[in-house]
Design a binder for this molecule. Structure first.
Ligand SMILES: Nc1nc2c(c(=O)[nH]1)N[C@@H](CN(C=O)c1ccc(C(=O)N[C@@H](CCC(=O)O)C(=O)O)cc1)CN2
Length: 294
């Protein structure tokens, strides 16, 4: 039976460490880290994630700057907001919640965020550095960073291991595979056009599942003893729940937990760590800024 990695507990430990550092910074410099959380529109899931981020800021002593824009905001007005935040010395991190409405070009907006405030790590230059040998981006994307942190805090070494990432999104799959490569894993990406993904996944010592397909990865696809990190957050109908739905991952947890060595649950695995890594990036950005201006 696999060791279940408790992402909520790990996240709580790291949040206490961040809160301590924020207190120390406030004493030393008389300033606290600031995070701008920008949301466009009223998608229920995005509102909920943004709510979690703002609440976590308040709990840790990080000042959040809340920018709520209507669904119809123009791309140029959104970019103006980003420029204002770039120029605000109290803001050390800027996060634009994704996805953006269809009429807005996400890449264009993300490219306008100052490199040294890009706490989501989605600026093309930061992603480019992630892809280069011997270069490091200023910030790592939060969910991939969360996956690596969960592995390392669970004592799973990456160097020399066979890792399979399922999914090739810009937010998770692609940067996760680059991070694993930087950590000296042998990496394969499986995606929607890969024939017989199960035969590749079965060879992996480490699986990062980020396909957005509920319970796609079966227990029989997992190599005995493998570490399985499930990034999927899929709502499936469940009439026994008051809400009418429940959250499941991309991995069939009941089956896979009988075979794997380590596994993350959904909910309570990677999700809470994603928000925590954002706060960690904000702290790092603020420290760099305070030290530079001291
Ligand atoms: N600008 C960004 N947009 C998005 C990102 C991102 O990293 N940056 N990632 C995702 C959504 N996301 C953060 O924004 C996120 C997803 C899930 C969770 C989380 O804590 N999930 C809980 C369950 C929550 C629930 O009950 O609804 C869990 O897994 O335990 C946090 C953040 C897309 N957009």
């Amino acid at each position: 039976m696999a060791t279940v990695i408790d992402g909520k507990a790990v996240a709580q430990t790291i949040r206490s460490e961040i809160a301590e550092e924020v207190r120390a910074l406030s004493q030393k410099y008389g300033k606290v880290p600031g995070l701008a959380v920008v949301i466009v529109g009223s998608r229920k899931d995005s509102q909920s994630y943004v709510g979690m981020k703002r609440k976590a800021c308040a709990e840790l002593g990080i000042k959040s700057f809340d920018i709520d824009l209507p669904e119809q905001v123009s791309e140029s007005d959104l970019i103006k907001q980003v420029h204002n935040l770039n120029a605000n010395p109290d803001v050390h991190g800027i996060l634009v919640q994704l996805p953006l409405p269809k009429h807005i070009n996400e890449e264009k907006v993300l490219s306008e965020i100052s490199l040294d405030k890009d706490v989501d790590g989605f600026h093309p230059l930061n992603i480019g550095k992630l892809a280069m040998k011997d270069r490091d981006p200023l910030f790592l994307p939060c969910t991939p960073k969360a996956c690596i942190e969960l592995l390392s805090r669970s004592g799973v070494s990456i160097k020399g291991k066979r890792a399979v990432v399922v999914g090739r999104s810009n937010i998770v799959g692609l940067p996760a595979s680059l991070l694993l490569l930087k950590a000296d894993a042998t990496v394969t990406i499986v995606h929607s056009r890969t024939p017989q993904p199960e035969s590749i996944i079965r060879e992996a010592d480490i699986v990062i599942a980020a396909a957005g397909q509920p319970m796609m990865i079966k227990g029989s696809w997992i190599k005995p003893g493998a570490a399985v990190i499930d990034v999927g957050t899929n709502a499936v109908d469940d009439p026994t729940k008051k809400s009418g739905y429940r959250l499941v991952g991309d991995v069939d947890f009941a089956e896979a937990s009988k075979v794997a060595g380590w596994i993350t649950p959904v909910p309570g695995g990677v999700g809470p760590m994603t928000v925590t890594m954002l706060l960690h990036n904000t702290l790092e950005g603020a420290k760099r800024c305070f030290e530079k201006n001291h």
